[in-house]
Design a protein around this ligand. Structure first.
Ligand SMILES: [Zn+2]
Length: 107
C-alpha cells in the first residue's frame, strides 16, 4: 500500500497514517526551507529498547513502561529521551557515512 492509497482510504476520512505522512512531509519541507537536513532512519531501527549508553538491546517494552534500567550497564532511561538520543545518534552516523547528504556550505 503506498501513501496515495493510504491518503484515500476509508472514503477520504483522515487516518492516523495520513497524519503521520503529512507530519513527515511538513518536517521535510520546513527543514529544507531553512537549509537544514531531513533524514529518515530505518523503519525497524530499535530506538526505544536500545540502551544509548552501551547499545545493549533489551527486551520489548510495553507502551506503559515509561522508564527502564539497562540490564547490561544499569543506566536508567526515560523511554522517550533514550529513543531521541538513539535517533539523533543514528542520524549522525548516517551523515558520517554519507557526507554528500550535508547541505552545501556557503563560502
Ligand atoms: Zn546499557
Amino acid at each position: 500500500m503506498d501513501s496515495r492509497t493510504l491518503k484515500h482510504s476509508r472514503q477520504g476520512k483522515a487516518t492516523g497514517v495520513d497524519f503521520r505522512i503529512n507530519s513527515f512531509c511538513q518536517l521535510k519541507y520546513k527543514a529544507e526551507r531553512e537549509g537544514k537536513i531531513y533524514l529518515e532512519i530505518g523503519r525497524f531501527f530499535s530506538s526505544r529498547k536500545t540502551c544509548h549508553a552501551c547499545l545493549n538491546q533489551g527486551d520489548s517494552l510495553p507502551l506503559d513502561v515509561r522508564s527502564w534500567e539497562c540490564s547490561s550497564c544499569k543506566t536508567k532511561h526515560h523511554r522517550d529521551v533514550n529513543a531521541a538520543i538513539n535517533i539523533r545518534d543514528e542520524g549522525l552516523g548516517l551523515l558520517a557515512l554519507e557526507p554528500a547528504l550535508l547541505p552545501m556550505q556557503a563560502v
